[in-house]
Write a protein that binds this ligand. Sequence first.
Ligand code: C2E
Ligand code: CA
Ligand code: CA
Length: 864
Amino acid sequence: MVNSYATHSTQRTRAGQAALFLQCFEHSAFGMAIIDREARILGANCELRRLFGQEDTSFSRSLLESIATKDRPVAVLAVANALETRPVSTPCEIRLISSEGVERWVLLSFTRMVSPDGDDDLLVAQCAEIDAYRRRELELSEREARWNDALESAGQGVWDHDFSRNRLFYSRQWRAMRGIGPDEEIDGSLDNWINTVHPEDRERVVAEIRKQERAETAFNVFSYRERHRDGRWIWIECRGAVVEYDEKGVPSRIAGTDTDITERKEAEEFLAHVSRRLELALEISRIGVFEANLTTGLLTWDDRLLQMYGKQGDVASALDWHRSLHPADRQRAIAVVEDAVAKWEAYSNEFRIVRGDGEVRYIRSRGAPFVDPNGVPKLIGANWDVTDDVRLQEELQRAKTLAEARNEELELARVRIEYTALHDHLTGLPNRRFLDARIDECAKRAATSGARIAILHIDLDRFKEINDTLGHQAGDRMLMHAAEVLKEHAGPGDFVARVGGDEFIFLSSDTAGRNLATLADGIVAAMRQPVIFDGHVCRFGASIGIASGIGPAIDARQLLINADLALYRAKNKGRSRHEFFTAEIQTQIIVNKQTADEILSGIEQNRFLPFYQPQFCAKTLDIVGVETLARWDHPLRGILSPDSFLKIAEDINVVATIDRIVLEASLADFSRWSHAGIGIPRLSVNVSSRRLHDPDLGLTLRGLAIQPSTVSFELLESIFLDDCDRVVVENLAEIRRQGIDIEIDDFGTGHASIVSLLKLKPRRLKIDRQLIRPISRSAEQRRLVATIIEIGRSLGIEVIGEGIETTAHAQILRDLGCDILQGYGLARPMPASAVEPFVAAQEWRRNMASAHELQEDLRRSMRR
Ligand code: C2E
Ligand code: CA
Ligand code: CA
């Protein structure tokens, strides 16, 4: 019961107390209420009632019921705090819900009321409405969060350094771009973080951060490289701004975004790299670039292009380009560009320009139209200078043309040379070389076809005379005439060549049904026709040797030789005729061959020996000398005279040997006769032309120790007709030095002129026996011989009469003043052994005397 009273009384007291308190604070700006331990509201002032949304003052509920469920635990905790630990609780922000359901933020705190009786179970709840402030704050942070989300979703990392609250925030994206986990703890200190920055960027980054911290800039942007967790470098673009300052104006909070710009940086790097390369390429290749705006007509050229055109940045429109073009190329070059733009396609162009300095250059150009990102139609292109190429090309072309012309010339020259090599320059006929090739060709063809080939070897008669008497021009004229004659006789299958001075070959490769004799006679007859040259009537003729063969049996070389042999025969038979090569000629050749062999063995066996024919003084008939005449002591045919061996010996080139043998032997005989004193004062020896041409003649003669004026050399008149060559001249001089007399043999048959007589100055000349023979019957012949003797006398040359066969010959010559006589009428050639007895007998005197008497008797009886 006591308890019950007490309780009642206490309650009454507390109610009074609360009423009193509330009465005091009824109009406080803060909301106030008295609550008990269970937070039952005992009373509330005006402000709190407003917050509760109730008019009347009676409460029947707990304060907690008016607090938003979410905030209730905080309120409960605060109440308990105030009751048990501290008389005043820390304020907490909670939401009050009014009776109309309106929620308001309030700052709520509790204070324990200490009653006079020590009862302390009442609490004063105080609350200040902070709803408006709180809501604004919430809105702000929401907005910040939304902004962050937006940045995050845009791929930007958000960071927030709130130094005043010592709070460092790094967003998910900020972490993700660095490979940092969302929940990972981050040491945001500069010292630590800077280590992840690329060494090259560190200094710069630190400087930027310092700038921010010192509030030098409210906002800054910089990029740098930072190491990703996986080890690679990433490029970050950092944008930061000061968002709060402290009371001293020092930035207390800096926030910003980081963007991973690695890809962009790489793209930039790539672009820079590509641009650098392009620039380098353009620089090296000296390619100039232009760009034209097709809407505005604006034209821009790079430096290289300006340089190429020799301009100084004064290019603004296409007209500037037009003006630079070479007048001859202008229209075409512009048309190419306009056409390409009209068709909207790429083009290439080539033209000349006249540079600012007047120089003409060749330019090649390429261009293409395009639409730029802003939708503007443009034309971009490049020009490069190809002058050097073009010049080189022109140079090459010129060189090529020149080379071609030269080749043509060479080809012509080659043809000319070939023609010359194969033709005779005088007559234009094919020459020996051409003939050889043609004969081989014909022989080859005949071998398969079985055809007949004939060769006519033609030699002009008396050509030498015409040449010598009328000169070379006349000779040339005759040769040309002869060539014409032969060409006229040539048919389609015939071939005419000149093969020597006055020798021609007429090759007939298809002679079926052709009479070669008629052909040859026709040629001979035509050649015999006189030719007028320089007013002279020239007569010459032709001798022809013919050889032919059939099919595979043909030996082209042999055919030529046979025709030559036949020709030789034709000439021997009196010229101006033809001869066929025959079996008889063949036989003659065999015989000659045998004779040649016998001559050679005759030389070896010493079967050549001298015979001697004495020579007499015309007046006294004393022996004045002997002529040495070669004989061949043939083992079967006995003693043979020169006409049976000299020609063949000449052919096998042993005449000089025979001469030497005969000379040596006769010198031995002569010296024997001298010792015996039989009265032969001189020895004359025949010397062949070959011997006179022998360079060793002088040496041989010196070895023979010839007594001066005891030996004469008889040289054929024809020798002096040859152009005296050096060896002959030297040999003649040597002969004279040795004291050997020179005599001209067979004088009057050849063509020794008075001039050559004067030049040679022979000691004697021998009148040919052909001139002597007719003197007893022909007065004309006598006059001729008399003239020769007269010439000899006037030049101081002794004259020998040869071929004295009769007393009449001897008398006439003596009367004409001839010095020496030689002939069968006085003495025949005799062997050495017969000489001594002949001289001793002196029989020739008697023979001559009796003949003389006989003649006198005859003359006397006739007179009678
Ligand atoms: P040749 O020098 O005119 O010699 C004179 C030739 O006339 C000799 O002929 C001689 O026998 C001949 N004979 C002499 N008197 C008379 C005569 O009254 N009537 C006729 N019908 N003939 C006479 P052989 O000995 O037969 O010599 C012929 C030619 O051979 C010589 O002509 C000479 O040119 C040459 N010969 C002779 N011996 C030699 C020699 O040793 N060396 C050279 N290279 N030639 C020689
Ligand atoms: Ca002689
Ligand atoms: Ca003679």
